[in-house]
Ligand binder design. Structure first.
Ligand SMILES: [Zn+2]
Length: 465
């Protein structure tokens, strides 16, 4: 309330300035409010407190499980406590894949165990496991080009190293083998497949992750697991002796019948144009090995922390509606994102802009967009306000987050508040994705940027299509 009074004081001259500069879309009064939100975000740790609460009270929350249902309940209670309106769950079904026992060892010539984890969606070896000679390839395409006789009856091992980068761009290439290895190996007559983990850590944690979208049927693929990076190194050293290397792999996951998942939605209803929607997302589900602090507890904390600031400081809400969407079942193939796009198909033309926080807890350093070329100057006025947080303007080919794929394809304008992801793939989908990897100061910077962006995009009358 204090803030609003201060802004009304500023507002008299601000309205004149607005009339003088209609294209910018951001008046001095709006910039002042955004700056107040930024200042307040730095004084609170509310985003961090939400991540602590989610990762402690719910912990791991695999799609379609009872734990993910508890996460939805947690989210409904938090959104209601923040005072958001229209808080509800939009349900959908998702196939449930449950990890079972998992174990691997070099049987000969140098017997020893290997650190692995089954890939999401993998078929089972049965409890007796499979034992076979390993054949190594340095990429998925090398496997695809190999003669079948080289692969038949063997355990395929794809040893491809992922490049570390600030924007996480190494992931797109590295993840191809995770998605396809099981199926390509099956087509070529292999009995199982191993991949070097899709990740950048040198620690002994294997990185889980979905092989392919859980809602696509068809072939089952051979049982497939990821090796921790040091174990991939060790297997390569063993292969370097030029003798056959025999590995035994035991993974016994189960594919259960489809169960309920859901997207949790809450809104800050717009005071003048409630039908116009600024969508802000993150995903509620996580992999099962860690507690999903970095992926994507951080995103949940960031956008709810930002929503809390706006609720507390702007009792009447911005002009447009801010819709918070906590997507379910992202990890197993963006199933919640598909459901949202389907359930809101008639409303997509009213989605003014959408953004998602799903890249950990690092500082935001760049602002990308995917909007009408002639609307870039209007967005630039918003980015200008974020400059003091160390955020620079980027390109106009933003991807948004994974859950925005279908909105993007439907023509909804997208922005990406790009986080520093240097170490994101050290923890991603591992047992090491825990709260200690989330820095409270970085989370505050994220909350500040999201609060300012959400407010400005919802307050301006600019259109970004
Ligand atoms: Zn994620």
């Amino acid at each position: 309330m204090k803030v609003v009074v201060a802004i009304l004081g500023l507002g008299i001259s601000a309205w004149c300035a607005e009339a003088a500069s209609p294209v910018s879309g951001v008046t001095p009064a709006m910039a002042a409010t955004a700056n107040q939100l930024i200042d307040l975000a730095k004084q609170e740790n509310h985003g961090y407190e939400l991540v602590r609460s989610l990762t402690t009270e719910v912990g791991p929350r695999l799609a379609g499980t009872e734990a993910e249902a508890r996460a939805r309940q947690w989210a409904v209670e938090k959104l209601q406590a923040l005072g958001l309106q229209n808080v509800h769950v939009e349900s959908f079904k998702v196939p449930v894949w449950m990890r079972g026992i998992e174990f691997a060892e070099i049987v000969s010539p140098f017997p020893q165990s290997l650190t692995i984890t089954a890939l999401g969606g993998s078929s089972s070896t049965g409890e007796q496991g499979v034992e076979a000679e390993v054949v190594v390839f340095d990429s998925l395409s090398a496997l695809q080009q190999a003669p079948r006789r080289q692969v038949q009856g063997k355990i395929v091992f794809i040893d491809e190293i992922m490049a570390r980068s600030r924007d996480g761009s190494g992931y797109a290439n590295a993840v191809r083998k995770r998605r396809a290895a099981a199926y390509v190996s099956q087509q070529m007559g292999a009995v199982a497949a191993l991949i070097r983990s899709v990740g950048t850590s040198s620690h002994r944690f294997a990185h889980a992750g979905q092989m392919r979208q859980a809602d696509v049927g068809g072939e089952s693929g051979v049982p497939t697991a990821a090796l921790a990076a040091p174990d991939a190194d060790q297997l390569m050293r063993a292969l370097g002796y030029g003798k056959p290397v025999i590995v035994r792999l035991v993974i016994a996951p189960q594919l259960l019948p489809p169960a309920s998942s859901g997207n949790v939605i809450g809104e800050i209803i717009g005071r003048e144009a409630p039908q116009e929607i600024v969508l802000v997302g993150a995903h509620l589900d996580s992999w099962d090995l860690g507690t999903g602090a970095v992926d994507d507890g951080a995103g949940i904390g960031i956008i709810l922390g930002a929503a809390k600031l706006i609720m507390e400081q702007l009792p009447k809400g911005p002009r447009r509606t801010i819709r918070v969407v906590l997507f379910g079942a992202e990890e197993v193939g963006t199933v919640g994102a598909k459901a949202y796009t389907r359930q809101h198909a008639a409303q997509l033309s009213d989605h003014i802009v959408a953004t998602e926080s799903d890249f950990g807890a690092g500082d935001i350093w760049r602002f990308d967009s995917r909007i009408g070329e002639d609307k870039i100057s209007q967005m630039a006025a918003i980015v200008k306000v974020l400059e003091r947080l160390g955020i620079a303007p980027g390109n106009n080919i933003a991807g948004g987050g994974p859950d925005l794929k279908y909105l993007r394809e439907a023509g909804v304008p997208i922005v990406s508040l790009l986080q520093d992801g240097q170490d994101y793939f050290d923890f991603h989908h591992t047992a090491d994705d825990t709260l200690d990897k989330v820095g409270p100061r970085s989370l505050d910077q994220n909350v500040a940027a999201y609060a300012a962006f959400m407010y400005l995009a919802a307050e301006t009358s600019a259109d970004f299509r």
